[in-house]
Ligand binder design. Structure first.
Ligand SMILES: [Zn+2]
Ligand SMILES: [Zn+2]
Ligand SMILES: [Zn+2]
Length: 150
């Protein structure tokens, strides 16, 4: 959960033109407790802006991603987006497969990764999946919530 106005300020400080559409998009993420599929984002945006194309929504998602407003994680069912963690520095994620709660991991495995001398690393991903304490206490991991929309 985040503060929409604060995020909007962050975006305009980074030079982004703030349109009503982008504000609506940020508010969606600020209010969302977890991850959203691009389709879910699109459905939400369609309600306020009928006729908006999926491409436009996706392009704006990419903009928020590039500005560090949202983060993306690849799940089995595809890429999902969520509001950026409060962790300001470089971090990785430990993700609950049941509730999708995300815990930041501050230690980065990259420095201890063997990189052949002639390979130039430009970026890396590292994610850990499992079950959070809440989900472990509730016994058997329940099946992840089935997709909310057809
Ligand atoms: Zn994060
Ligand atoms: Zn969990
Ligand atoms: Zn790293």
């Amino acid at each position: 959960m985040g503060d929409t106005e604060q995020l909007v300020r962050q975006m305009s400080e980074k030079g982004l033109r703030i349109t009503e559409q982008r504000r609506t998009l940020v508010k969606l993420f600020a209010d969302a407790p977890g991850y959203l599929l691009p389709k879910e984002v699109y459905d939400h945006m369609q309600r306020s802006y009928p006729g908006l194309s999926f491409d436009t929504v996706y392009r704006n998602l990419r903009v928020l991603l590039d500005l560090g407003i949202v983060e993306q994680i690849v799940f089995e069912e595809g890429v999902k987006f969520k509001l950026h963690c409060e962790e300001p520095d470089h971090h990785h994620h430990m993700i609950c497969l049941n509730c999708e709660k995300t815990l930041p991991i501050r230690s980065c495995p990259m420095p201890v990764t063997d990189v052949p001398g002639d390979f130039q690393v430009v970026k890396h991903k590292f994610e850990v999946y499992g079950y959070c304490s809440d989900c472990r206490e509730s016994g058997e991991p329940a099946a992840p919530e089935e997709s909310r929309s057809p």
